[in-house]
Design a protein around this ligand. Sequence first.
Ligand SMILES: C[S@@+](CC[C@H](N)C(=O)[O-])C[C@H]1O[C@@H](n2cnc3c(N)ncnc32)[C@H](O)[C@@H]1O
Length: 269
Amino acid sequence: MAYYDKIAGKWHSTTGYRGGALKDLVLNNLIIDKVPSVAGRSILEVGAGNGYFLPLLLSRFSGQVPAKIVVSDASGALLKIAQRSFHLKGAEYRIIDLRRPMPFDDGSFDLVLSIMVFNEIPDRPLKCALSECRRVMSDDGLLLVASLHPDFVNSLARRKLLRPRENGALTMPGSGDLRLPVVQRSLRRYEDLLEGSGLQFTSEAVYATEEVLHAKPALRQIGKVPLACVFTCSRVRTAWLRNRSGLGRSRATPAAPSRNRRPPGVSQS
Ligand SMILES: C[S@@+](CC[C@H](N)C(=O)[O-])C[C@H]1O[C@@H](n2cnc3c(N)ncnc32)[C@H](O)[C@@H]1O
């Protein structure tokens, strides 16, 4: 049974309709801003959790119709919640464990999304996940990855907030009283894994804004540490990536100020 099957209900009730404070106030818009269009595009989200993100993305592009949408996660319980709470007409909901090859043809997707998933997957399965993401992307496709920033995970370790599980893996404190799986790896290791999978990428560090710190005062204790990193990846060196500095290596830029919009018809729980 996937770990998240056990905590699915609680995960949904604590992260709600916009994924929690950091995502709501910073990360969701930062990721959505990187998507040029969804019209006629095939979209795959891996590790989609309760499925809150794609409705937000689609509401930004209201009027545009994607060719295909696949919402996936290793947890069947979370996928059921996604279908019930964030149902997207015409979308496929599929149990996909990133530790194994994905059931899609090469080049099937123009946009692949992975939000706060890879920081839970150890190196070996992550290599499989990344090479599969690359394989299922179209030549001009985009892979957007948000992960916990290694500096943030290290700050938790320094404060002795990481705990070992029975299987030797680590957990960290999550929303509410949840504990979530986490892997400690350096930014350099993320970059090596992305490069090793043949992906071109840029990366940026994401910091808490004042609004986030107001919503989550405990984050003030860690000081000026980036909370997340976002990797914008493609199979080939696109003009879009070529025009940005730091190709293939990290670039630390504070996140742009957020725009706190709710999707139509969906209220914050
Ligand atoms: C921290 S949650 C993030 C969920 C969602 N993306 C969000 O941002 O709210 C991590 C998600 O990754 C999924 N996950 C963890 N390991 C996975 C794997 N090997 N394959 C697919 N999904 C996985 C979990 O089931 C969970 O839904």
